[in-house]
Structures are given as structure tokens and as C-alpha cells.
Design a protein around this ligand. Structure first.
Ligand SMILES: Cc1cc2nc3c(=O)[nH]c(=O)nc-3n(C[C@H](O)[C@H](O)[C@H](O)COP(=O)(O)O)c2cc1C
Length: 191
């Protein structure tokens, strides 16, 4: 069984919904198990499960142009793992939600990619061509925000998570599936 951990923070539920979409994509891959971890409430047993995972997908809302402070607390707390490079050669990927179309989401994904590489993890990008970038495109396209290094979602500031666009959720589901398939391939290769 390939274990996929989705380690995320969400202040108001939008990134949580995106995390659930990543989870659905990973869990649908044959031979994979997926589990959500709220990083602001991790106990020792859950830290140990992250240590045992084949892949960790990181998720945070973009607050003030970077990952939320709660997610940064998790990043800093993970330094105990960094000392022993406990997460070295695990697969990693990332996702973020923000209110603006750009909103500097790229900065959050770059922050996660740097973080993963500090841990010696292997970063998996989104692996999708950009949508909604030509005259035939629309907001309903997969990867409509045109990210490459991770999954982006945009949620209107005055609406709840239930109003999030299916296209963004399907993009997140794609990332979950890609991570689970790649983690399984890595596991087969290592075995
Ligand atoms: C403190 C704070 C800072 C924010 N900064 C940004 C930002 O830099 N860019 C942006 O597009 N949206 C920003 N937003 C909006 C959130 O990214 C957006 O509401 C997102 O959907 C929240 O996700 P969550 O419900 O998972 O917390 C900010 C919201 C808060 C509360």
C-alpha cells in the first residue's frame, strides 16, 4: 500500500475543500491509501504517520503573499525531522487557495517547494497544461489558473468553500492522483 499524507492548514474551509479534492484523487489510485492531516493539531502519532508516508502533499491558504502562519509553524516544527533528514527521498507536492486570481499564490508554492527540498524530498509539479489561456478557454478549464509547480485554487473573498469552482477542485484531484501514481512507481523501483 502506498501511503499518501495530505498535510494542510485552512483558516476558513477553502483550502480544506481543496485538500479533500487532493485526498479523493490519491485515494482513487489502486493500491494507495490517503489521509488528511490538519497541521495545526498534529499529535505525536500523526507526526509518526507523516514520517512513514511515501509522499506528503502540503497545502495552505495564501495569506499576505505566503503560506499561513499556522502552516509556517508546522514548517518550523518539522525542523526536528530536518536534523535527521527523516523525510529524505519522499515525494512532495503542494497546493494553495487564495481570493485573488493571482494573489501571489506562486510565492506560497515556491515556499513549499523550497521547504520540501530542505528536507531532501522529491518535488512533483502539477503536470497539467494551463487552461483558460486562449479564446476558447473558460474558468471551467482544468488548471484554469495556469500553475505548474502545484495546484492553485481561487475562492471569492465573500463566499464560502461550497462556492469553489469544480475546475479548481478537479485540478487538485489530478494532483492527488499524480502523486499517488508517482509514489507507487518510486516504491516499485526501490523494491
Ligand atoms: C490574513 C489573510 C491574508 C490574506 N492574504 C491574501 C493574499 O495575499 N492573497 C490573496 O489572494 N488572498 C489573500 N487572503 C484571502 C485568502 O487567501 C482566501 O480567503 C482563502 O480562500 C482562505 O483560505 P482558507 O479558507 O483555507 O483559510 C487572505 C486572507 C487572510 C485571512
Amino acid at each position: 500500500m502506498t501511503k499518501i499524507a495530505i498535510a494542510y492548514h485552512s483558516g476558513y474551509g477553502h483550502t480544506q475543500r481543496q485538500a479533500e479534492a487532493v485526498h479523493a484523487g490519491a485515494a482513487a489510485v489502486a493500491g494507495a491509501s490517503a489521509k488528511l492531516y490538519a497541521v495545526d493539531a498534529l499529535d505525536d502519532a500523526q507526526w509518526a504517520e507523516l514520517d512513514a508516508a511515501d509522499a506528503i502533499v502540503f497545502g495552505a491558504p495564501t495569506y499576505m503573499g505566503s503560506a499561513s502562519a499556522k502552516f509556517k509553524e508546522f514548517m518550523d516544527a518539522s525542523s526536528k525531522r530536518w536534523f535527521t533528514q527523516a523525510w529524505k527521498d519522499k515525494l512532495a507536492a503542494g497546493f494553495t487557495t487564495s481570493a485573488s486570481q493571482s494573489g501571489d499564490k506562486l510565492a506560497t508554492l515556491l515556499q513549499m517547494m523550497v521547504f520540501a527540498n530542505q528536507h531532501g524530498m522529491l518535488w512533483a509539479g502539477l503536470g497539467l497544461m494551463p487552461g483558460n489561456n486562449n479564446s476558447q478557454g473558460s474558468v471551467h478549464d482544468l488548471n484554469r489558473l495556469g500553475g505548474f509547480i502545484g495546484a492553485m485554487a481561487q475562492a471569492n473573498a465573500d463566499q464560502g468553500a461550497e462556492a469553489m469552482l469544480e475546475s479548481d477542485l478537479k485540478t487538485a484531484t489530478h494532483l492527488g492522483a499524480r502523486v499517488a501514481e508517482t509514489a507507487a512507481a518510486l516504491r516499485r523501483g526501490r523494491n
